[in-house]
Design a protein. Structure first.
Length: 149
């Protein structure tokens, strides 16, 4: 009888080890999922913010809606993607011009943080920075969308 109990204890220990391994894998996957959700939210917020800023910088065109994810009924909005060549702003803009338009105080820290985010949008193909510090909507290159990779 002693060997039967030893066998059951060994199987229980193996099952406990497997449970601990699976818990660790679950924690890792949960962390990666959380990071992916955060990245998705940051991209959505960046898209909405750029669309709002660009819409405020240009005269509004009637009947064009912004794809910012939350326009309200009856609210006049303009698209960040309006125009055949995506020419929404009269020209490139600086981070310090954008900061007050998105409701942040015009402090050095806020301007630098916004500039950093704009540079990431340049890296991702959403904006162009032909002149250092001057940001404009990305021009389409080769017919590819800035979202395609």
């Amino acid at each position: 009888m002693g060997s039967l109990f030893e066998e059951l204890e060994a199987r229980e220990a193996a099952a406990r080890t497997r449970v601990e391994v699976l818990k660790a894998e679950l924690a890792e996957v949960s962390g990666r999922l959380s990071a992916a959700w955060e990245g998705l939210d940051r991209l959505r917020i960046a898209r909405e913010t750029v669309a709002e800023v660009l819409a405020e910088m240009t005269p509004q065109k009637p009947g064009v809606a912004v794809d910012a994810g939350r326009p309200t009924a009856g609210e006049p909005v303009a698209s960040a993607y309006a125009g055949a060549e995506r020419q929404d702003a009269p020209g490139p803009v600086r981070a310090k011009q954008i900061v007050p338009r998105i409701g942040l105080p015009a402090e050095t820290g806020k301007i630098e943080g916004t500039r950093s985010k704009l540079k990431r949008l340049v890296d991702r193909g959403w904006l162009d920075e032909d002149t250092p510090g001057m940001f404009a909507p990305a021009r389409r290159r080769g017919g590819a969308s800035p979202n395609s990779r």
